[in-house]
Design a protein around this ligand. Structure first.
Ligand SMILES: Cc1cc2nc3c(=O)[nH]c(=O)nc-3n(C[C@H](O)[C@H](O)[C@H](O)COP(=O)(O)O)c2cc1C
Length: 317
């Protein structure tokens, strides 16, 4: 990655201590050392999940990270899924410097995490959430549009609307999430006011992602219309790949789709795409091959710089 110059130096690279302002999304069972170390070693920010709730495994994965990389990495606290407040001490004890908090109130853990010296970014789905997080004292925001994969606000707002809105109202650094996949989308995030991007669906389908090949192939095969937005009538809402089972739930206002997660590992690692729900974003429609993480990061970084250069030469002559 030495081919990418210090051109990216900005508030996010400075705060996170990375060369390239790309963050790999936290994802239960998936965002573990195999994937996260590849991201950190490529000059971006690898993240270890805690949303699986398997904290003993997570502790071992963090130890593995230290063998696999000497670069910075972070941890995510998905508050709705790890409800015991002991998670704060757990994360502090792991000695990481960067934490993202999501799926819950930013007032809950920010002060304790910051007091322990961690850099805290909170994930927000709307402007009110962003302002609340800034008030709570976060160092930065992850602004996540409704086209992204995973758990969502039941009132989704697209990245194209949400990102410039939030960036125009806050002064803290922003990492954009939802729909990012390549150089042009990364350049767009910077144009809309972000300092970096977070990649979810692109990382699920990366070569180093531990999920079953059937899921990666389903992402590769998916059209941009092949995700469903579920649970809008309850909470949390979620965006996932369209399958027979999830299509049937799309307009179902009775069933809580969370019940389908009972057999999640049969899908994630067994490859049975109807066993549970394959959280994925609309950007699956733009992913047409499984690539190694280093290539994904390199293509995003150099592609982004090329777009910025080409636009400035075309329009600023
Ligand atoms: C399989 C999967 C699992 C996810 N799990 C989490 C999680 O545990 N915590 C979290 O903050 N976000 C989670 N997300 C959301 C991502 O962090 C990210 O913001 C989102 O995927 C970005 O949109 P994209 O899919 O278009 O890249 C998950 C996303 C996916 C696809």
């Amino acid at each position: 990655m030495s081919a990418v110059p210090a051109t990216f130096a900005n508030r996010v690279t400075e705060l996170l201590g990375v060369d390239i302002p790309i963050v790999q999304a936290p994802m239960g069972w998936i965002a573990r050392a195999q994937l996260a170390s590849a991201v950190s070693n490529a000059g971006a920010m690898g993240i270890i999940e805690t949303s699986s709730g398997e904290l003993d495994v997570v502790r071992a994965e963090i130890r593995k990270m230290r063998d696999l990389t000497d670069k910075p990495f972070g941890v995510n606290i998905a508050q709705a899924f790890v409800r015991d407040p002991a998670i704060v001490d757990f994360v502090i004890d792991q000695g990481v410097r960067f934490v993202t908090t999501s799926a819950g109130s930013p007032t809950r853990y920010t002060a304790a995490l910051k007091e322990a010296g961690l850099t805290v970014f909170h994930v927000v789905p709307n402007l009110a959430g962003a302002l609340k997080a800034v008030d709570a004292g976060v160092d930065g925001l992850i602004v996540e549009g409704g086209e992204g994969g995973g758990f969502k606000s039941p009132r989704p707002v697209s990245t194209m609307v949400l990102l410039p809105l939030v960036c125009s109202k806050v002064d803290v650094p922003v990492i954009a999430a939802g729909g990012f996949v390549d150089g042009p989308t990364m350049a767009a995030a910077l144009a809309l006011g972000a300092d970096g991007v977070q990649l979810g669906t692109r990382m699920v389908s990366a070569a180093e992602s531990p999920v079953h090949d059937n899921w990666k192939q389903a992402v590769v095969d998916a059209a941009e219309t092949d995700t469903v937005f579920l649970n809008q009538h309850t909470s949390p809402a979620l965006r996932a790949l369209r399958t027979e089972r999830t299509s049937a739930l799309e307009l179902d206002r009775e069933t809580n789709a969370m019940g389908l997660f009972a057999n999640v590992l049969d899908l994630y690692f067994g490859g049975d795409m109807e066993a549970a729900i394959a959280l994925s974003g609309q950007v699956a429609g733009r992913i047409d091959s499984v690539k190694p993480v280093a290539q994904i990061i390199e293509e995003c970084a150099t592609g982004c710089l090329e777009v910025l250069d080409q636009l400035s030469r075309q329009y600023l002559r």
